[in-house]
Write a protein of this length. Structure first.
Length: 633
């Protein structure tokens, strides 16, 4: 086993958290660590998915003595309905984020708040969608494509436009399994219809729709989110940054951006660099303005601007507990309502900006595309003017941080590979060198590791330990979401970390000049991974399900994660979970998701749920080796 001495350990991160919790105690702050204690043990019915409350004859809870709900629904129907509703929640959330981005694209204009930063990508997508681009003003084109994208949400006929990016074989599987997503809103809405009292209770039908609802996210709403964010704000390319709480600056105004939609964070980042605002910060006694991120918003601005990452999901309270956070500015998703009362214990301004995520104890500054500039400036000003209210005796910034190189969009990965091999075949490059490295065994395979933190798993430990184990076994990683931030905090996104990996990973990293784990972005950016897998299968000449590639979400917690899991599986990629998705109460649903006769038969991949993290790693390695053996490599 190689030494990983350059890494920040989970123990060091936990020690930092402990010292911050002490800080919190001084002001009577609550914490998730305490609330977990209050909430455990969790309800066994909820955990196994066997409680139904979709009509007011219930709630019905299934036990050996009461094997059916009042309407007669059995445990399998109840578990499957709950699973589909969970998926629909996630698909709706990602897709609505994507919709907001489409609206932002529609609001672009020359010299306006929002502009087209990557016109080449816009033209590429327009051509993909059969739009005439010749001689067209780029903003006219942006509006036309944005409107087409918005129609994807509610078009009455046809299937998602984005499906044409998938290999022929995958599309046929989707068609034959009747899971091709149609309009995005239709799949979400139909999922709710199917799970209404007195509709579907047949597990197979509910799990098929769960796949379809997932696909409308990954190959629909999320893909809109990713692709048009690139058009608006630039397609990520490798950029250096830093990660962990040590990125907060004692002598500067610290503004934390948190949430998901880059439309907000991009503008806040822009106005934090405004000379007028910097001068104001200096007037207040600060050395300047420091922006850092939490959760997926952090991934977005790190990938495009190198903005440092203060932390991931279960670190969001920590940024306030430092006593050095002037403002935490949020939009949507994964925001703890706890931030309201917590910020009141400090001088921190908790600023909510979206009508979708309203919270008590916050200051609401409604942010829209039309008013983005003035609102972002007002937010930055509010933070700057709050610097003087800081209580120096409460300032405690743990001095831990690591260097990271982030920004590996599919385009960037291809460019890095091209740089080495000179195999430039077309405008967009090729993944052939990656395929060759895997075929030759220099790399054994790849893992897409994604997802959240969850107090049910020791935070970040599963992510980091699994990554180390896979890297030692010459398996390369692509990451997104809070998993990516776990890696960055540990130091695994520092190119220097390559030397601790297996011989093959080390050689590839040094040759291509990449870190051993590649940051592909936020959770909507898992759509990038779907494109990567599709292109790799095409360049390889095999099906996606044959590739020595698996997905993994060891610490997942959100509905979005289940929606993601479903579209990753439905795309032909076996997916490994470290937290149970509330399905263990039904043997039939478990078989459909994890066995050989459900999704595996329809879509050539399935789930593995394994709560022992070491075994989870072993199972992934075993699956990758099985795929290699089946390919004869
Ligand atoms: O969408 S990984 S905790 S921040 S849900 Fe949330 Fe999970 Fe983080 Fe981004 Ni994704
Ligand atoms: Fe109970 Fe059936 Fe109503 Fe669910 S739908 S709460 S199982 S009666």
């Amino acid at each position: 086993m190689k030494e990983w001495e350059r890494l920040t350990t989970v123990e060091e991160m936990e020690a930092a958290t402990a010292s911050l919790l002490e800080n919190g105690k001084k002001v009577g702050a609550d914490s998730w660590q305490q609330r977990v204690k209050n909430q455990t043990p969790h309800c066994g019915f909820g955990e196994s998915g066997t409680c139904c409350r979709i009509c007011s004859m219930g709630p019905c809870r299934i036990t050996p003595k009461a094997p059916r709900g009042i309407c007669g629904c059995d445990v399998h129907g109840i578990v499957a309905r709950n699973y589909l509703r969970f998926t629909a929640g996630g698909a709706a959330t990602h897709s609505d984020h994507g919709r907001e981005i489409c609206h932002t694209l529609y609001a672009t204009r020359e010299g306006g708040n929002y502009q087209v930063k990557d016109p080449e990508k816009l033209i590429r997508i327009a051509k993909e969608w059969g739009v005439e681009t010749e001689g067209k003003d780029i903003y006219d084109l942006a509006h036309e494509v944005a409107e087409m994208a918005l129609m994807e949400y509610g078009k009455p006929f046809g299937i998602s436009r984005w499906l044409s990016r998938a290999p022929e074989h995958t599309r046929k599987l989707w068609h034959d399994a009747e899971v091709e997503p149609r309009a995005i809103d239709r799949e979400v809405s139909q999922s709710l219809h199917m799970t209404h009292m007195g509709c579907s209770s047949l597990p197979e039908a509910l799990i098929r729709q769960s796949m379809r609802a997932g696909l409308c996210d990954g190959w629909g709403g999320s893909m809109c989110g990713t692709e048009f964010s690139d058009v608006l704000f630039g397609t990520p390319k490798p950029v250096d940054t830093e990660a962990n709480l040590g990125v907060m600056e004692k002598d500067m105004v610290n503004i934390i951006v948190h949430g998901h939609d880059p439309s907000l964070s991009e503008m806040v980042v822009f106005y934090a660099q405004d000379p007028e605002m910097i001068a104001l910060a200096k007037e207040q006694g600060a050395k300047g303005i420091n922006i850092a991120g939490v959760c997926c918003t952090s991934n977005e601005v790190a990938m495009r601007h190198g903005i440092p990452m203060a932390g991931n999901f279960l670190q969001q309270e920590n940024v306030v507990l430092t006593g050095a956070c002037e403002a935490i500015v949020v939009d949507v998703q994964c925001i703890f309502p706890a931030l309201g009362p917590l910020s009141k214990c400090f001088h921190t301004k908790f600023i909510t900006t979206s009508k979708i995520a309203r919270m008590p104890d916050s200051e609401f500054i409604h942010f829209t595309a039309e008013t983005a500039g003035e609102k972002a400036k007002a937010i930055v000003k509010m933070a700057v003017e709050n610097f003087k209210n800081r209580k120096p005796e409460l300032v405690n910034i743990p001095q831990i941080k690591q260097k990271a190189t982030v920004g590996y969009s599919v385009e960037a990965i291809k460019k890095c590979l091209d740089g080495v091999t000179n195999s430039h075949v077309d405008e967009l490059g090729t993944l052939k060198p990656l395929a060759d490295a895997i075929k030759s065994g220099v790399l054994r395979g790849a893992v897409a590791m994604v997802g959240c933190n969850n107090p049910k798993v020791r935070p970040d430990y599963a992510h980091i330990e699994l990554m180390k184990k896979l890297l030692a076994n010459d398996i390369i990683l692509v990451l997104s979401g809070c998993s990516a931030q776990a890696a960055a905090k540990a130091g695994l996104m520092d190119k220097a970390a390559a030397k601790y990996c297996g011989e093959g990973v080390r050689r590839v990293c040094e040759l291509v000049d990449i870190p051993p784990v590649l940051h592909m972005g936020s959770c909507v950016d898992i759509s990038r991974m779907m494109v990567l897998a599709s292109d790799l299968a095409n360049d390889w000449g095999c099906n996606i399900s044959q590739l020595p590639l698996v997905g993994c979400a060891p610490e997942w917690m959100s509905e979005k994660a289940v929606s993601i899991g479903n579209y990753v599986v439905a795309t032909g990629i076996d997916t490994f979970l470290g937290v149970d998705p509330y399905t263990k109460g039904s043997s039939e649903v478990t078989e459909l998701l994890q066995g050989e006769t459900g999704v595996k038969q329809w879509l050539e991949a399935n789930y593995t749920v394994e709560l022992d993290i070491d075994k989870l790693g072993d199972k992934m390695i075993e699956r990758i080796e099985q795929k290699r053996a089946a390919l004869g490599i």
